[in-house]
Design a protein around this ligand. Structure first.
Ligand SMILES: [Zn+2]
Length: 250
């Protein structure tokens, strides 16, 4: 049987995180023939900017469409929006959310996972922190036969993803809550074309258009690379600077 293509799984909290935080990296790996998958935990129904939506349900539906359009621009193999409640991720049942994500990882079998940092990214959003924490435990527990053993039937097996990265940054946004991000250990440099596509993908999120000028300004000023912190690896090793998240992947 031919070896499957390497797989990247990106776990986020809100539609627009995939473009804003990881757009360049998703494009970069798609261009290298790697399968890219995005799982977004919430449909973003608690957003401040609502694009004229009359209800949370209407905003959710709009943002799911925007997410699909953004994933298309970013050449994502498969993008999924789950149905957890926006801005309430810290009040969800930890066991249930991690079980859900563990099952997704066991089904998909990614080689590398990327998610937001536990500080919550530069916006310090609590949902971002929770996405990181849920993703981290699902990363570890998907590999263990004594975690959620009830999932291990009908051909579903444990899966040890080889690396987990947190997105990180070398700056903070003034007037936001303080953040303590993980130090960067990997950089994915973006071509001008990738940078433009990342901005275009973010702009698919039309309900969030009041954020466009700030986002575009920040990306043009600081966005020549996306930074990561290697948070866990299946092959214990000393930290080193990387320019490829798939370095050392078998
Ligand atoms: Zn977000």
């Amino acid at each position: 049987m031919p070896r499957k293509m390497p797989r990247l799984l990106c776990l986020t909290a809100h539609p627009d995180d995939e473009a804003g935080a990881f757009g360049g990296t998703l494009l970069h790996y798609a261009a290298l023939g790697i399968e890219t998958h995005v799982i977004c935990l919430t449909p973003g129904q608690a957003a401040t900017h609502r694009g004229g939506a009359k209800s949370d349900e209407e905003l959710s539906a709009m943002r799911r469409k925007e997410f699909s359009a953004s994933c298309k621009v970013l050449k994502v193999t498969q993008g999924k929006v789950l149905d957890y409640p926006d801005s309430l991720l810290d009040r969800q049942n930890f066991h249930e959310v991690v079980a859900d994500l563990t099952a997704q990882i066991r089904r998909l079998g990614p080689d590398v996972m990327i998610t937001i940092g536990t500080e919550g990214g530069v916006t310090a959003h609590p949902d971002h922190s929770m996405a990181a924490i849920f993703a981290t435990m699902a990363f570890h527990w998907a590999a263990r036969s004594n975690r959620f053993p009830e999932q291990l039937q009908n051909g579903l097996t444990t899966h040890q993803t080889q690396k987990l990265y947190y997105g990180t940054a070398l700056f903070s946004i003034p007037d936001r809550q303080p953040i303590s991000p993980a130090p960067s250990s990997a950089i994915i440099k973006l071509t001008q074309e990738e940078l433009e596509a990342k901005i275009a993908a973010f702009k698919c999120h039309t309900t969030q258009s009041p954020l466009f000028p700030f986002f575009e300004g920040t990306v043009r000023k600081r966005g020549s690379g996306e930074l990561f912190h290697l948070a866990a690896t299946s092959k214990p090793k000393k930290a080193e600077l990387e320019t490829d998240l798939f370095a050392g992947i078998e």
